[in-house]
Design a protein around this ligand. Sequence first.
Ligand SMILES: Nc1ncnc2c1ncn2[C@@H]1O[C@H](COP(=O)(O)OP(=O)(O)O)[C@@H](O)[C@H]1O
Ligand SMILES: [Mg+2]
Length: 257
Amino acid sequence: MGNLSKTKRIIAVIQQKGGVSKTTSTYNIAASAVALGKRVLIADIDPQSNESKTLGVENENAIKKIFRKEPVTPVKTLCKNIDLLPTDKSLSSLIPELISDIDLQYHLREYMETLTDYDLILIDTPPTAGCFISVAGITADYFIVPISSSYYTLQGTQDVMESMQKIRRRLNPELEFLGAFISMYDKRITVDREIASEAREYFGAKLFDTYISKTVKVEESVIAKKPVIELFPNSEITSQYMSLTKEILMRVQEADR
Ligand SMILES: Nc1ncnc2c1ncn2[C@@H]1O[C@H](COP(=O)(O)OP(=O)(O)O)[C@@H](O)[C@H]1O
Ligand SMILES: [Mg+2]
């Protein structure tokens, strides 16, 4: 196994907007990676803690402890082979400290460097610009950006790319953009097709080939607190998440060469 902690394997899911499928995609990508034999950890650094709740963990705040340098073990979740660093709404009480002491923002990165049990670590982030996005950028090796037509603006996308560029310049030169993906696609809707083609133009080859469809199966799976692969193993949405995850893992492999 050797230098696992040195291997680049941390991916932040970033888009400074809510409702674009960050949380949902994070655990569906995680579950697909598990199906591909990977050991996966999710870190929830959004005080809204939707990821923790969906994975069945409430009122536990490993993330806060990590910022405080207290000992932490990732918790098992309802999903097979997905471990979690959970958070809860009290995480927001740390914002003033995180802003005034940039050193604190490196604690998550340092903690993750000590973890040897995972092949892939995904970070789910809040929908607003601010210190947790900066923590995500500092901690991650790569970031991916979901694009959803209902919330899409070119300006918004440029803002994400610029804030990550700033982090790369000063705080984490290793941070790489892995790609953007269409996260809630309905091919019958003209706007969705237009936005997909605009995103293709903007991101070029960096837009993942797989589009994730908008489907009620995703909402049902959120309610059931299960990834689509467990609830609807033979559905189109499951094969889309599998195929997106393969693309992601392939790009990580290529980037890490
Ligand atoms: N592919 C999809 N099809 C249909 N609904 C989706 C899809 N992805 C996410 N959703 C729904 O959209 C809402 C927002 O998703 P969420 O993952 O919480 O977004 P974010 O984390 O970016 O705020 C949730 O109600 C979720 O169930
Ligand atoms: Mg979310």
